[in-house]
Design a protein around this ligand. Structure first.
Ligand SMILES: [Fe+2]
Ligand SMILES: [Fe+2]
Length: 182
């Protein structure tokens, strides 16, 4: 498998949240009530999976290696757009997290902020994924030899291997525990 195969496989999971968000927005509008558990699950999915695990491999490994290659201007521009979109996604998820927390604590006026955060994520991700799948991933693979691609895939697996530990180390710290990281 090519490294982009692993990333595209992750895209297939990420895109499944889009129709769920569309349904949740309709429910919120219809009931004038937010399902806070859905928001918590969505925030965790975007933070831990879409951002840390998926964007993490894109930025820390693929984009970092591409920065060493003589990429043409159009691919450099797309890579910058993709990185900027990751930043926007991160900020939007943080705002959604905050609004969800405040709503749960009784601030019902946060409902519209929650709808707008969900709407922004629903609008951002499909286009972002399509740009990577159709315009970026295949052309950039041309800049790597087969051994380089194999090493990148290995680096992806190693990156993933740490994620479950990182997630629960973070949770333990949030719960007040002391975590020894290695
Ligand atoms: Fe991305
Ligand atoms: Fe991606």
């Amino acid at each position: 498998m090519k490294p982009i195969g692993a990333l595209m496989w992750e895209h297939r999971l990420i895109e499944q949240i889009i129709p769920l968000i569309a349904t949740e927005i309709r429910n919120i509008r219809g009931n004038r009530k937010v399902d806070v558990v859905f928001i918590e699950h969505a925030v965790d999915f975007f933070r831990t999976y879409a951002d840390r695990t998926h964007h993490g491999k894109e930025e820390d490994i693929l984009f970092a290696e591409l920065a060493k290659k003589p990429l043409p201007e159009n691919l450099t521009r797309i890579m910058k757009e993709l990185t900027d979109e990751h930043v926007v996604a991160r900020k939007t998820v943080s705002a959604l997290f905050e609004a969800g927390r405040e709503y749960r604590n009784g601030q019902e006026d946060r409902l519209e902020t929650i709808i707008s955060g969900l709407t922004d994520l629903m609008n951002l991700y499909p286009g972002h994924i399509e740009k990577e799948d159709k315009l970026f991933f295949f052309p950039v693979m041309e800049y790597f030899t087969k051994p380089e691609q194999d090493r990148m895939l290995e680096a992806f697996w190693e990156f993933d291997r740490k994620m479950i530990h990182e997630k629960y180390q973070n949770i333990m710290e949030q719960m007040g525990g002391t975590v020894k990281r290695w």
